[in-house]
Design a protein around this ligand. Structure first.
Ligand code: AMP
Ligand code: ZN
Length: 460
């Protein structure tokens, strides 16, 4: 039985034991490259999938693409039109249309998750293509008395009508005081400062990403997008809903209120959140100039598998302070493990252990420790160890057997010439060749079974 921590009940719970487990994962807002922090959160549904697969259970993952409506400030306290849509802001900066920006960064998201060996979700609905469903669910909320139209035409969710508001994050409506700093900006047409916009009416200053509705021309609020896409995909029951910890409030709180109000019962079985990633001790954000992309890591000579390993070595519910040193160490481990894979055969003697750790609230650090223990175990032959490593790493999506490094022919030739020079004991020539290999961006590890070529790591 798999147990995963549910943020709402604050206890470990289990997804249904039979049938396909339905997972909705909050996806990227596609106005910029996803960074390592985003990727840590996107790994979470993949880990749940692997934990279920280890138990022979099937899953179906839906992850949305937000390509409209995510404002620079989505707090409940400021829904005025003065905040900018992240998509439109970037479109202006890059002199592209909003949808061109969306497709560009969406592609980058798919490339990055693929490189990290995160399986592509079964469905990836786009917000901009789900507007009709959003209009339908907003209408339902109005019909049921959970939403109202303000004087400016925008439609708001009436937070006071939803009794258990705040259950996920603990931010109850009483605690939700209007922010004094924002008082001037508070939308006068909202009945209560904790209400939020479902549909925002806009004027003709906004030239893109607007749609005609019964309430006028406008665009959706971010939170209603996930309600519409989630209900579209799964109907009235979702087993697991994932996201980064920052989405607990207001995004998931608001989504829960909307979805439950429409369906008339608790829609989501378990809310699962990944803690944040820091880099070199600091928050990963544009404003602090501390954003690291997967591309930066690959450019430094570190493989995506090493990034995945570094993530797995920390529990998803713990803040992870990633550093270049951690990534270099992970790369060394991945290289060592890859080199020790001698065949594509599997020995499943370790699989039960890995299954158990994954089932224990996705305890990947202990699973990795089990692999490290296996490496040192003298009770097994090198071949057995290699086959067990094959099995364990595959269960964690590490795929060590995949070819990772494409080496230039010219470098392979230099290494071969160096082997001949060494055999002839021409150490001067051998050293010169080593220098040339280094200049080309590689280094050679002379092992008992011959030279192993590695890309040099060059940290930024
Ligand atoms: P966004 O593209 O901004 O909508 O964010 C996509 C996902 O990344 C969300 O689930 C966020 O919670 C998550 N996220 C953002 N920053 C971080 C971070 N530093 N560490 C972990 N997850 C993050
Ligand atoms: Zn969402």
């Amino acid at each position: 039985m798999i147990r995963i921590y549910d943020t709402k009940s604050r206890t470990l719970g289990s997804p249904p034991a039979s049938g396909q487990v339905r997972i909705y994962a909050c996806g990227p807002t596609v106005y910029r490259d996803v960074h390592l922090g985003n990727l840590r959160s996107f790994l979470l549904p993949d880990l749940i999938r692997l934990a279920l697969a280890a138990h022979d259970a099937d899953s179906f993952i839906v992850q949305n693409i937000t390509d409209v409506g995510h404002m620079a400030d989505d707090s409940n306290l400021d829904t005025s039109d003065s905040t900018e849509d992240k998509m439109l802001k970037q479109a202006a900066a890059e002199k592209l249309s909003a949808l061109e920006i969306a497709r560009k960064y969406e592609l980058g998201f798919f490339q990055d998750i693929t490189a990290l060996n995160i399986r592509t979700p079964d469905q990836t609905p786009r917000a901009s293509e789900t507007i009709e469903s959003m209009i339908n669910v907003i209408q339902k909320l109005m019909d049921k008395g959970f939403a109202y139209q303000g004087e400016n035409g925008s439609v708001y969710f009436d937070a006071t009508k939803y009794e258990s508001y705040g259950a996920i994050s603990g931010n109850t409506l009483e605690q939700l005081k209007p922010g004094h700093r924002l008082l001037d900006e508070i939308d006068e047409t909202k009945r209560f400062h904790g209400d939020w916009a479902l549909w925002k009416i806009t004027d003709n200053r906004r030239s893109e990403l607007t749609w005609q509705t019964p309430w006028g021309v406008g665009f959706p609020g971010w939170h209603i997008e996930c309600t519409a896409m989630c209900l579209d995909a799964f109907g009235d029951q979702v087993d697991i809903h994932t996201g980064g910890i920052d989405l607990r409030f207001p995004h998931h709180e608001n989504e829960r209120a909307q979805s439950n109000a429409i369906v008339g019962k608790e829609v989501v079985g378990q809310w699962v959140h990944a803690e944040h990633l820091l880099f070199e001790g600091r928050k990963m954000s544009k404003s602090t100039n501390n954003v690291v992309l997967l591309r930066d890591v690959i450019d430094a000579g570190i493989s995506p598998a090493a990034v995945r390993l570094a993530f797995l070595e920390h529990h998803y519910r713990q803040q992870l302070n990633l550093t270049w040193d951690t990534l270099v160490a992970a790369e060394t481990t991945i290289a060592r493990w890859s080199d020790s894979i001698v065949s594509d055969q599997y020995n499943h003697a370790i699989s039960d252990q890995i299954t158990e750790h994954l089932a224990d609230n996705l305890d990947t650090p202990t699973a990795i420790m089990a692999i490290r223990g296996l490496e040192k175990s003298l009770a097994k032959s090198p071949k057995e160890r290699s086959m067990m490593l094959n099995a364990a790493s595959r269960m964690l999506g590490l795929d060590l057997a995949k070819p990772k490094l494409v080496i230039d022919d010219s470098v392979i030739k230099l290494v071969q010439e160096r082997e001949i020079a060494r055999a002839n004991k021409d150490f001067n020539l051998s050293d010169q060749l080593r220098d040339q290999i280094t200049t080309a961006g590689y280094w050679v590890n002379d092992t008992s079974s011959g030279p192993v070529i590695r890309r040099s790591i060059k940290l930024p």
